[in-house]
Write a protein that binds this ligand. Structure first.
Ligand SMILES: *Cc1c(COP(=O)(O)O)cnc(C)c1O
Length: 418
């Protein structure tokens, strides 16, 4: 079926440009196959969710098993084994101060929950605060609340009248880290409720990397000023940055952590917001008015939880860290082969994520560069989706060296398009 015959309105897709929309029938490892057996290499992990690879046998088996037992359960006042197993394991693998797990179903909802938890905390302890501090160029989701704490621009212009005000701290560009920390310090003294940040790398903002010591300093400033520190690890979690969580590299323990995307290995929609005990305790009461009033219908869906529990078992039993290290090295090697090309600017890598900017001849080339690149790669059997002129590769950890080489060959061939 072609897109014009389909009633589907795709996300982030300008149907008026008439792009072809491939119909995928099957996924295995890093490959996505159509019904004729033609395949594309998924070099962006289906938008940053697929960690080990598509259709990982253990995750698929867990989904099959759970689907024969319990499909869905109201989670207000009821519980089930996959959620209990998963929550216990999440608490086991995260730092001790994180003691509570709140389930939801997407990265955006996990951030909404984090913001609501933060304001609920201050409200319930009788010191209401409502200001949120954010980092410039951040992305935290596409709902009204998460757009409010994200970068304003072409992606959310129509809805800006609905977005709430935040205080924005400048991104810590190399050499400018002090300015960021000073701005955070100044903003913290105004008693905001929380600071929300993507640790070590801003994904949708253009794969902007900043050093671990800056993250650690930002955390220390929030601690000193008693401002809740929210780490949005929706993209960075589950190994992308080289460690299981990006905060691990900075020795940072957040007050609230958002996890989604790779939580189920990328197989099912699920999210969690973890928090420290005082936030839970601020809501713990015999007074119903202090209840945390948040739920979505599919909160802690049992099949999604079983998939996530299988993902955590894979992390426990298989050499996942070794695969991540191997992929990180391979990404580094491929990137360094292009790094000295005059058409390649700002080559950068964090763990398994490699990125650079294509030098564009002029603004005209730049304006429609991303869609032209996407089509170019697609025609060469590679799924890549540059952010403006920023090309990045973020593959599933199980990608074969041959497939990874094909991805980078396509990239090398594309450099003239800038
Ligand atoms: C993708 C993303 C989100 C939103 O997650 P969805 O599941 O798409 O709602 C939030 N924060 C970050 C850092 C992300 O990369």
């Amino acid at each position: 079926m072609t897109a014009s015959q389909s009633p589907i309105w795709h996300p982030f897709t300008q149907h008026g440009l008439g792009d072809t929309i491939p119909l995928i029938a099957r996924g295995e490892g890093a490959r996505l196959y159509d019904a004729n057996g033609h395949y594309w290499i998924d070099a962006i992990s289906s938008w940053w969710v697929t960690t080990h690879g598509h259709a990982h046998p253990r995750i698929m088996a867990a989904i099959r098993d759970q689907s024969e037992k319990l499909d869905q359960l109201i989670f207000a006042g009821w519980t089930h084994e996959p959620a209990e197993t998963l929550a216990a394991e999440l608490i086991r693998i995260t730092p001790d101060p994180l003691t509570r797990v709140f389930f939801s179903d997407s990265g955006s909802t996990s951030v909404e929950v984090a913001l609501k938890m933060a304001l609920g905390y201050w409200y319930n302890i009788g010191e209401p605060r409502s200001r949120i501090l954010v980092l410039e160029h951040s992305y935290h989701g596409d709902t009204i609340g998460t757009m409010s704490v994200g970068e304003r621009g072409v992606y959310n212009r129509a809805w800006q009248p609905l977005l709430f005000d935040v205080d924005t701290v400048p991104f810590p560009h190399e050499g400018m880290e002090r300015a960021t920390l000073d701005a955070l310090e100044a903003a913290c003294s105004k008693k905001p409720a929380a600071f929300i940040v993507e640790p070590l790398i801003l994904g949708a903002g253009g794969m902007l990397i900043y050093p671990a010591w800056v993250l650690a300093e930002m955390r220390a400033i929030c601690s000193r000023h008693n401002v809740l520190f929210i780490a949005d690890e929706v993209m960075t979690g589950w190994g992308r940055t080289g460690t299981r969580f990006a905060c691990d590299q900075a020795g940072v323990i957040p007050d609230i952590v958002c996890l989604s995307k790779g939580l189920t290995g990328g197989a099912m929609p699920l999210a969690v917001t973890l928090c420290i005990e005082p936030i839970f305790q601020a809501h713990w009461s015999t007074d119903r008015a202090k209840t945390f009033y948040h739920s979505s219908s599919y909160t802690a869906n049992p099949i999604a939880c079983a998939a996530a529990a299988a993902n955590l078992a894979i992390w426990r039993d298989e050499p996942v860290q070794h695969r991540i290290d191997t992929l990180a090295d391979a990404q580094g090697a491929h990137l360094s082969m292009l790094a000295h090309d005059p058409r390649v600017e700002n080559p950068r890598r964090l763990g398994t994520i490699a990125a650079f900017d294509i030098a564009a001849r002029d603004a005209g080339y730049l304006s429609n560069l991303a869609p032209r690149l996407i089509a170019f790669y697609r025609d060469r059997g590679v799924l890549l989706r540059p952010l403006g002129n920023t090309v990045y590769v973020m593959p599933p950890y199980g990608i074969t060296p041959t497939d990874l080489a094909q991805v980078w060959d396509a990239i090398a061939a594309s450099l003239d398009m800038g």
